[in-house]
Design a protein around this ligand. Structure first.
Ligand SMILES: [Zn+2]
Length: 96
């Protein structure tokens, strides 16, 4: 599993607090405990290590961006739960 991070495009708002540099992250490959050999689609999320927050991963970059800007905050999770969210996504994709 590997990740590629890039700065948010100018169209996407940063954190409310100044000095934060959230990143758009593309993750490829199987998370831990995923069934060996099963294909896993790359997912996107946005994370800020200063806030310790990330969006729930999704295969669509556009949706990842909309999850970051969602005013309800429903798609934001603690950074520490990101791995688990990817495992759940992989399991759901496998079951589909
Ligand atoms: Zn932040």
């Amino acid at each position: 599993m590997y990740q590629v991070a890039q700065p948010l495009p100018p169209s996407i708002p940063s954190c409310a607090e100044a000095g934060h540099h959230p990143h758009l992250v593309r993750t490829q490959g199987a998370p831990l405990r995923h069934h060996l050999g099963a294909p896993v689609v790359p997912t996107w999320h946005i994370e800020c290590c200063r806030c310790q927050v990330a969006t729930v991963p999704h295969p669509s970059r556009a949706i990842a961006e909309s999850r970051w800007t969602d005013p309800s905050g429903a798609y934001r999770i603690p950074l520490s739960q990101l791995r688990r969210a990817r495992e759940q996504f992989a399991a759901a994709a496998l079951a589909a």
